[in-house]
Design a protein around this ligand. Structure first.
Ligand code: DP6
Length: 327
């Protein structure tokens, strides 16, 4: 018997950075994210006949989901989360766990968010069915998933997700519910500092003192701008927010940076586009070198113009819905 679940990735415009409770991944500030359409992780559980414990395997013949390998450390974090769910649901059997994404790992798409959400869904379905119980409501699944990786709780809600403390819910912003998401891949190397380490390190920055206030203020401003269709203000707030998070990285006790020369090239392309046309994409960066841009539906001509900019030549651009196109 096997159970399969899929979950989308999400990208935060107001960032989760800094934890109130490290064990339970309770964030210090509320975050707001846009849920991906097509960047998906898939998890499959099947009952293991032996008593050797749970084990992880990549998909080998599952089309786009095949061939994604987790490092030893990633495997053990993933299996630990399965153990946590089994324990929570009082289940003692063992599983073979397979997982994969339809997008490259380490490409700046939050694969931990989608993969932990997919695992949580598959595990809850499997255990509830094996025990003859009712599958948990989505809010409870999101709360369990959060313990594995904080940002994964937002992947249960769309088109937008607002996560505050131990609660997460969907939000909707009219025409902004259908944004087109592109990722400018300037590097596909694995990041040296994980998000979990970053959450710890930022607390040593002198800029951290007012971080929660800044994030909460921006969240209110962003919601207001999204509600009033004020795209330029949305752009300015999102830029200030990712720059704020990256400034924390650069000013902590063991400073680190994800922003490379190529990231700066892509960022400059976006700012000069805005200056030239008086319009452009929302821009954000996560804990990685790649640059995320978002477009409204009515900006499709601008989006094509942007994709053709000589400054972006040579970078791979991945579209949510059209993966892996080399320009
Ligand atoms: C920069 O959810 O990966 O992407 O809870 O330790 O697993 P853990 O951290 P994680 O942190 C994501 C941080 C971020 C910003 C965000 O997604 O809000």
């Amino acid at each position: 018997m096997s159970w399969i679940a899929c979950a989308p990735s999400n990208i935060a415009l107001i960032k989760y950075m800094g934890k109130l409770d490290e064990e339970r991944n309770v964030p210090l500030n509320a975050s707001l994210s846009f849920t991906s359409h097509d960047f998906i992780s898939r998890a499959e559980l099947s009952v293991a006949d032996n008593a050797a414990g749970d084990c992880w395997q990549p998909f080998d013949d599952e089309g786009v989901f095949a061939g994604i390998y987790l490092s030893e450390q990633e495997q053990s974090k993933y299996i630990k989360h399965l153990g946590f769910i089994k324990n929570h649901l009082e289940f003692s059997g063992n599983f073979i766990l397979k997982s994969g994404n339809n997008f490259p790992k380490g490409a700046g798409i939050a694969s931990s968010a989608s993969s932990f959400a997919a695992l949580t869904k598959a595990a809850v379905q499997a255990i509830c069915e094996l025990k003859g119980g009712v599958v948990l409501p989505v809010e409870q699944m999101a709360a369990l998933s959060r313990i594995g990786s904080g940002s994964s709780c937002r992947s249960f809600f769309s088109p937008w997700a607002l996560w505050n403390g131990e609660e997460v819910k969907s939000l909707s912003f009219g025409e902004f519910d259908h944004l087109s998401h592109q990722i400018i891949i300037v590097s596909d190397k694995a990041k040296k500092v994980s998000s979990s380490q970053a959450h710890r390190l930022v607390k040593t920055s002198l800029l951290y003192k007012d971080r929660v206030d800044r994030a909460e203020t921006r969240l209110k401003q962003l919601i207001k701008a999204l509600e009033s269709d004020d795209w330029h203000t949305v752009f300015k707030i999102c830029w200030a927010e990712f720059a704020d998070m990256h400034a924390l990285f650069a000013t902590c006790d063991e400073p680190f940076s994800y922003i490379s020369g190529d990231s700066v090239k892509a960022l400059n392309a976006a700012t000069s586009f805005w200056s030239t046309y008086g319009d452009g994409p929302i821009v954000t960066m996560d804990a990685g070198a790649n640059v995320h841009v978002f477009w409204r539906q009515d900006q499709s001509r601008l989006q094509i113009q942007f994709s053709g900019l000589p400054e972006l030549a040579g970078f791979k651009v991945i579209n949510d819905g059209n993966h892996g196109n080399k320009r």
